[in-house]
Design a binder for this molecule. Structure first.
Ligand SMILES: NC(=O)c1ccc[n+]([C@@H]2O[C@H](COP(=O)([O-])OP(=O)(O)OC[C@H]3O[C@@H](n4cnc5c(N)ncnc54)[C@H](OP(=O)(O)O)[C@@H]3O)[C@@H](O)[C@H]2O)c1
Length: 268
């Protein structure tokens, strides 16, 4: 009886795996597609633009500094696969006037056609202690628009170097427990997940574990993905508790070190 139940379960899971591709979104064809990359003049955004260009896409780069944009354009154009491909540069601050951003995207669409893929990579991370920091969805599926949320690990970019300058010691030590990725590797994975219409994009086993653990009510792209999340959730939570324990011990050690040096300073 138990054997029969186990065999039925395995058969059911296999069936789900087999029908999964039938209900997953159709991958986006990059050849000839118009890809807009905000933050495309540097780091991860630039590598994503290169990866899409290598696969035949037309690119619009959006960032503020015109010299950096032109430099990135030249670098991207080296990877063309046909002479029709175009890299358009738009200098605009996406954190300012929304109507200006809307205007420039309209102009880009007039030149290169409707946007097939929007990569939002503009920005920077300012690290700091919580107490030091200042306070300061729409439904798209029916329109065949898919959203991919990427969780890049620490990635070797100019932005990351800048972020490291303000990182508290505890955060730096915690982030040093994993290695720093190359932006090309991160870009390849993000483009792969975006064209497949995957909701989350992660790199490496830690990234996979984190995106599974934080899936909550996030949509799934395939039955396979949903099944993997259901099956691995308990195991990943157990591993995560060990990670949290080790991060806590790093913070505790830093506090003890700080208290020790404060006592030495007072007695000196
Ligand atoms: N590197 C990492 O380890 C890492 C990890 C996780 C997440 N991220 C996130 O991924 C994104 C890209 O990071 P990155 O390391 O590739 O950074 P980066 O090398 O500094 O590149 C940032 C890009 O965004 C543009 N940009 C910044 N502010 C802008 C604004 N207001 N309007 C328009 N463009 C703007 C910059 O150009 P201009 O300055 O000329 O405008 C540049 O092209 C950031 O949001 C970062 O927080 C990075």
């Amino acid at each position: 009886m138990l054997l029969l139940a186990a065999a039925s379960l395995v058969a059911f899971v296999l069936l789900l795996y087999m029908v999964s591709p039938l209900i997953s979104p159709k991958p986006l064809a990059l050849p000839g597609a118009h890809v807009v990359v905000t933050g495309g003049s540097s780091g991860i955004g630039k590598c994503i633009a290169i990866e899409c260009y290598k696969q035949g896409a037309f690119i619009t780069l959006v960032a503020r500094n015109e010299d950096k944009l032109l430099q990135a354009k030249k670098e991207i154009e080296k990877h063309s696969i046909n002479d029709k491909q175009v890299v358009l540069c738009i200098s605009v601050d996406v954190s300012q006037d929304y109507s200006q951003v809307e205007n420039v995207i309209k102009q880009a669409q007039e030149k290169l056609g409707p946007v097939d893929m929007l990569v939002n990579c503009a920005g920077m991370s300012l690290a700091g202690k919580f107490e030091d920091l200042e306070v300061s969805t729409f439904e798209v599926k029916p329109y065949n628009v898919y959203v991919t949320v990427a969780y890049p690990p620490d990635t070797d970019t100019p932005g990351f170097a800048k972020e490291n300058q303000t990182k508290p010691l505890e955060t730096r030590l915690i982030s040093e427990t994993t290695s720093v990725c190359k932006p090309e590797q991160v870009a390849k994975q993000i483009v792969k997940d975006a064209i497949q219409g995957n909701f989350s994009s992660s790199i490496g086993s830690d990234g996979y574990m984190l995106s599974s653990l934080t899936c909550g009510m996030a949509p799934v792209t395939s039955i396979t993905e949903g099944l993997q999340q259901v099956v691995t959730m308990g195991l990943f939570r157990t591993i995560a508790l060990f990670y949290l324990g080790s991060f806590d011990s790093i913070v505790r050690r830093c506090m003890m070190q700080k208290a020790k040096s404060e006592t030495i300073d007072k007695t000196a």
